[in-house]
Design a binder for this molecule. Structure first.
Ligand code: ANZ
Ligand code: ZN
Length: 795
């Protein structure tokens, strides 16, 4: 008996697929039912290699793509590496290699692994974000942002990771820690580049209704954008010309205000210095709280701190009462106006603070919202929690921000003809720990001429955030592909046709941890490109599903937990097909599951049985494709049922139950038998899960000329699925002799079996031979008989 050699077979087909371009779409003119862009989040090559948790995501996405391909769509399933930026640079620093050299090593290794897992990638369109051909466009987007007033510089207290030695965007600070390295983040006052994502807050929020995304992602984005409706009210400061503006969601509580609070770094504090009689103490408090992040200030259960600005009082515009003014850490500089009116009777945070510092509570009644706003000259406003996207990084490994500073002309964008601004290879690439990137000590890089006046000027030496690279890569696959086609000689060849043909993405799969990072940024960049007239759509991905997490030894599989399983050893031992199926069998794809090293062997046994079933089919080569035997009819019905279930399960990403269905089906065929065409149907249903084994059987044993992965997905006949009963008239030589009840859509052989058993029919058949059967599904069966020689008639 021939044994199935997984490693030889898998390698063989991977080569053939590439050569035959089995997974290459017809980019210019999609085949069949049309385009289907099946995208998965591309990996950070920031570790020794892919681990099984990463492979889980890729496999789940690939099964969906293979399924859609067999349903007749032309699938574009590209792959690349998100290899520029802090993730890869931190890894390079860890292993003590220059990031540019490490990138080459990682690229080779990641692409090897991504080949070995057997995905149907469109390899010809692969990309790497550190490729100048790619970051030329990343920089172009930056320039467009600047030209459209969406990129600007601002000095403010920003997040700073002490370990990564760079600023971070708000989205990259997870419960006060660096998203990348887990180090506590502090605040630092710096001038930085920002993208005005807040200009899109309303659209980012409202469009959520129009897209089919995992609900948990939508909720996270809604909360992050954090829309609140309220009012802007002004309180005069006594004996000065200054006033304190506050944002409140409860203007109706204005009569109950008993004190006010400013954020400790609110600009008014310094402006009022000469009026503040306890300045020394106030200054000490401000110094102490300066580097605290928002999360530290507002964490639940954390004791609130603050200090009164003595010598200053504010006037309540509703009743002219004089009230004290404080600074405290529970009021954030970056939200609303950075100042509040405190209503201890109505607001729990204010109550806690008032109890601690013995501030009064007022029982004043609530006012009517619209009257009171009018009365005090306030106005209704909407506030968002969303902050602008801090885009500059004091790091080396990223696209240099394409901006030039000139004393005379201020900031100027690098002109398109001079893009890309190439990242120079420098030996001192490590972060400096100052507010400057390593490029700031490379005069050859930063000394330049002003694009406007030609005078001496200095390049920006910060690089842009990694998340800008990934905010447009779904487009990048098409743009770079089209540039390879060299349609025209232009340097920036925005191929509208290709973009229109393939976008938006039809199915996007990736991790939920990117809910308010990548998944928000990619929507923002798309909306901006849409506004500038480059795209005809606002939302980059119509469907997004977050995959579940792989748990190992009770924790999420991740490098930081030290519970990584490398797929290489499993693929070597059991094959990619077995590992793929095992991972998908762990649970519903969106739920994840528990990885156990021994688990794979169960799937291996299943795949071996598929192989044996093939060999038995080959041996009994005489099996006909007809369904006249009763047992095969039974298999046929089960096959139709299973086809329906597997089709629906894959559509719902319930791969685990689809696999159990395949297992039941195989059992049935093993015990009952199968026709060749039934087995072929089974193979097609299995193909997305075990692409190599099914291809080997399909082409090498069943001798098909073309790939099983371009076959048509099996259809099911609903007739086989119903359990409804119908009455069939039984005729003998045209005369009705009986009726029998059978399942609707029963086949001729089944009805015949029931009919001949019926007492009255049987009576009329005695001594006769059935010469011919006329069968009308769900209605009638007529036996044409003649008399047996020597037999007698009963009639
Ligand atoms: C008076 C008041 C009375 C408030 C009351 C609430 C309840 P959301 O829903 O999150 O937008 N606030 C405003 N700016 C703030 C800041 N920079 N830091 C901390 N707190 C701030 O909440 C808006 C409410 O949070 C505002 O309405 C304000 O307190 C507070 F019974 O004003 B309220
Ligand atoms: Zn960090």
């Amino acid at each position: 008996m021939i044994k199935y050699n997984h490693s030889k077979t898998e390698k063989k087909w991977q080569k053939v697929w590439l050569k035959e371009k089995v997974y290459e779409p017809n980019l210019k003119n999609p085949r069949g039912k049309g385009k289907f862009y099946n995208l998965m989040m591309f990996p950070y090559p920031s570790a020794e290699g892919l681990h099984v948790g990463n492979m889980y995501a890729f496999t789940g996405s690939d099964i969906y793509g293979r399924f859609k391909r067999m349903q007749g769509y032309d699938i574009f399933e590209p792959i690349g590496l998100d290899g520029f930026g802090i993730h890869s640079e931190n890894y390079a620093i860890n292993v003590g290699t220059h990031p540019a050299i490490q990138a080459q090593k990682s690229q080779k290794n990641f692409y090897r692994q991504l080949t070995e897992i057997g995905n149907g990638f469109a390899w010809e369109e692969k990309l790497e974000t550190y490729d100048p051909e790619y970051y030329k466009w990343t920089q172009w987007i930056f320039v467009q942002m600047f030209k459209h007033g969406l990129a600007y510089r601002k000095k403010q207290a920003v997040n700073w990771c002490l370990s990564c030695k760079t600023v971070l965007a708000d989205e990259q600070v997870i419960t006060g820690e660096c998203e990348r390295c887990g180090t506590k983040v502090i605040k630092k006052e710096l001038e930085q580049w920002f993208f005005k994502i807040t200009q899109y807050a309303d659209r980012l929020l409202n469009n959520l209704e129009k897209i089919d995304w995992s609900e948990k992602i939508k909720i996270a984005q809604r909360n992050w954008i954090g829309k609140s409706e309220g009012a802007l009210l002004s309180f005069k400061i006594k004996d000065t010309t200054e006033k304190i503006d506050v944002f409140t969601t409860r203007p109706d509580t204005l009569y109950g205000v008993t004190y006010m609070v400013l954020a400790s770094d609110h600009e008014l504090v310094v402006q009022l210095k000469s009026h503040i009689i306890n300045w020394a103490e106030v200054q000490k408090y401000r110094e102490k709280t300066k580097s605290k992040t928002d999360i530290e200030r507002t964490a639940e259960g954390k004791e609130k701190t603050g200090i009164e600005l003595k010598g200053i009082t504010a006037i309540n515009p509703a009743n002219q009462k004089e009230i004290p003014v404080w600074i405290a850490d529970y009021v954030l500089a970056g939200y609303g106006t950075g100042a509040i009116m405190a209503v201890p009777r109505r607001d729990e945070r204010d109550a806690e603070f008032a109890r601690k510092f013995n501030l009064p509570f007022s029982d004043a009644p609530l006012a009517d919202v619209d009257q009171i706003i009018k009365k005090v000259g306030g106005k209704k406003i909407t506030q968002y929690r969303l902050r602008d996207w801090l885009i500059s990084r004091q790091r080396y490994w990223g696209p240099p921000i394409p901006m030039i500073y000139c004393e005379t002309c201020d900031w100027q964008p690098v002109s398109e003809k001079d893009l890309p601004v190439i990242l120079p290879k420098v030996e001192n690439f490590r972060p400096t720990g100052t507010d400057r990137s390593p490029l700031a000590s490379v005069p050859k890089f930063f000394i330049t001429k002003c694009p406007n006046c030609g005078g001496p000027a200095r390049r920006e030496t910060d690089v842009s955030d990694t998340f800008l690279d990934s905010a447009w890569y779904y487009l990048g696959y098409l743009i770079l592909a089209s540039e390879k086609l060299k349609v025209n000689g232009k340097k920036f060849n925005w191929n509208r046709e290709l973009i229109k043909t393939w976008l938006p993405v039809d199915m996007y799969i990736g991790g939920a941890e990117h809910a308010v990072l990548h998944l928000l940024y990619v929507r923002f960049v798309t909306m901006a490109l849409n506004d500038w007239g480059y795209l005809d759509f606002e939302e980059p991905m119509t469907h997004f599903h977050a995959h579940g997490l792989i748990i190992k030894d009770g924790a999420k599989m991740s490098k930081s937990k030290g519970n990584i399983v490398n797929p290489d050893e499993f693929i070597k031992k059991y094959g990619a097909d077995a590992l793929r199926m095992y991972l998908m069998f762990l649970g519903p794809f969106e739920a994840g599951g528990d990885f156990r090293d021994e688990g794979v062997s169960g799937i291996t046994r299943f795949l071996n049985r598929v192989w044996l079933a093939t060999l038995s089919l080959q041996r009994s080569g005489q099996v006909k494709d007809d369904l006249q035997t009763e047992s095969l009819l039974d298999v046929e019905k089960k096959l139709h049922k299973a086809t329906k279930k597997i089709t629906e399960d894959i559509e719902d990403l319930h791969y685990n139950t689809a696999i159990s269905e395949l297992m039941i089906l195989l059992r049935e065929m093993e015990s009952v038998g199968k026709s060749k065409s039934q087995f072929k149907t089974f193979l097609k249903l299995l193909a997305p899960f075990a692409p190599h084994l099914t291809e080997e059987i399909w082409r090498n044993i069943l001798k098909n000329k073309t790939s099983i992965h371009r076959e048509v997905w099996p259809a099911y006949d609903p007739g086989f699925l119903t359990e409804e009963m119908v009455n069939i008239i039984v005729q003998i030589n045209g005369k009705a002799r009986a009726t029998v009840a059978v399942l609707a859509n029963s086949l001729e052989a089944e009805v015949k079996q029931a009919a001949v058993k019926h007492a009255n029919a049987a009576k009329h058949l005695v001594g006769r031979e059935i010469k011919k059967t006329i069968f009308i599904k769900n209605r009638l069966i007529n036996f044409v008989t003649n008399e047996l020689k020597g037999g007698g008639r009963n009639e």
